[in-house]
Design a binder for this molecule. Structure first.
Ligand SMILES: [Zn+2]
Length: 294
């Protein structure tokens, strides 16, 4: 599409809230700088646990109404981040949240875990060939922390990047497009340890009953594996607002937050990446588009 901005960033995520937790500051930073930011979310997060007691009835084992509710939360979050191009893979509700690994929901025929890979990737190829992003952000092969929908999101995103570049694949979906750079979400161990130390220093005044460990969080790696850092400090308030928009899933307390497991962790407005495809412009890039010919 020739009327889109020159720099185009695509993010592919499993559930509403993942985009904000992982990339909220990055999305807000690039949107504010005039880049086109496209978010593709693969499920509605129907199987998520609900934090506010007054909304507990939405859960899958009660009203099973969490998906449509989270659609509204995601719309509020993307608005806070300044992101206007948001889609669901194959359309809202095409794939259902698979639940945690080993849960019976993994076997539902409509679950994302059961999706046929090339069919799901085909939906993303259509987006890639329309938007023609230079940069793609998604998860590592473990999906960061082993959730089936995050693993599947990784597979679909990487497969779609390959298929979109193949001129022989689905010519009905538009001209082939090669994404110049692909990044996986990462968190450097030293940064998260420093955040935990800030939480521990609060002692009994801390906002959450317990503090997470690096093993509880997705994508934590040795600092040396980080190849790109996006300083989104100027958009930290937008990220915090977007996190608060996901109220069924996230409890925000100042510079900290917790998911339904009640484990406190730092809210980071600087976000970290590992380049896995394409050429790095520097040992530690500070711009995901660095070196990309526009
Ligand atoms: Zn998720």
């Amino acid at each position: 599409m020739s009327d889109l901005p020159a720099r185009r960033l695509l993010l592919v995520h499993a559930h509403p809230d993942d985009e904000t937790i992982n990339n909220g500051a990055t999305m807000a930073t690039y949107a504010a700088s005039g880049a086109h930011v496209t978010l593709v979310t693969c499920t509605l997060g129907e199987e998520g646990e609900v934090i506010p007691p007054e909304l507990a009835h939405l859960a899958a084992d009660r009203d099973d109404a969490l998906g449509p509710y989270r659609l509204g939360e995601l719309a509020a979050a993307t608005k806070a981040l300044g992101v206007t191009d948001h889609r669901f893979l194959g359309g809202a509700g095409r794939y259902r949240d698979s639940g945690m690994m080993g849960a019976p929901q993994n076997d539902r025929p409509d679950s994302f875990w059961q999706a046929e890979l090339d069919e799901a990737a085909g939906y993303l190829v259509e987006v890639i060939r329309e938007v023609r992003p230079q940069v793609l952000i998604t998860y590592d092969p473990q999906g960061g922390y082993g959730h089936p929908d995050h693993i599947q999101t990784h597979r679909v995103a990487m497969r779609a990047a390959d298929l979109a570049a193949d001129p022989a694949f689905r010519t009905d979906l538009g001209a082939a497009h090669t994404i110049a750079k692909i990044y996986w979400n990462r968190v450097p161990l030293s940064v998260i340890e420093e955040g935990f130390a800030r939480l521990r220093a609060l002692g009994e005044d801390g906002p959450f009953p317990k503090i997470a460990t690096p093993e509880d969080l997705p994508g934590v790696v040795a600092d040396a594996e980080i190849t790109a850092v996006v300083d989104g400090t100027a958009h930290g308030a937008a990220k915090a607002a977007a996190m608060r928009a996901h109220a069924t899933q996230i409890a925000v307390e100042g510079p900290f937050f917790a998911l339904s497991n009640d484990l406190g962790q730092p809210l980071l407005s600087t976000e970290y990446y590992q380049l896995v495809r394409g050429a790095a412009d520097a040992p530690r890039e500070d711009d995901l588009f660095a070196g990309v010919k526009l």
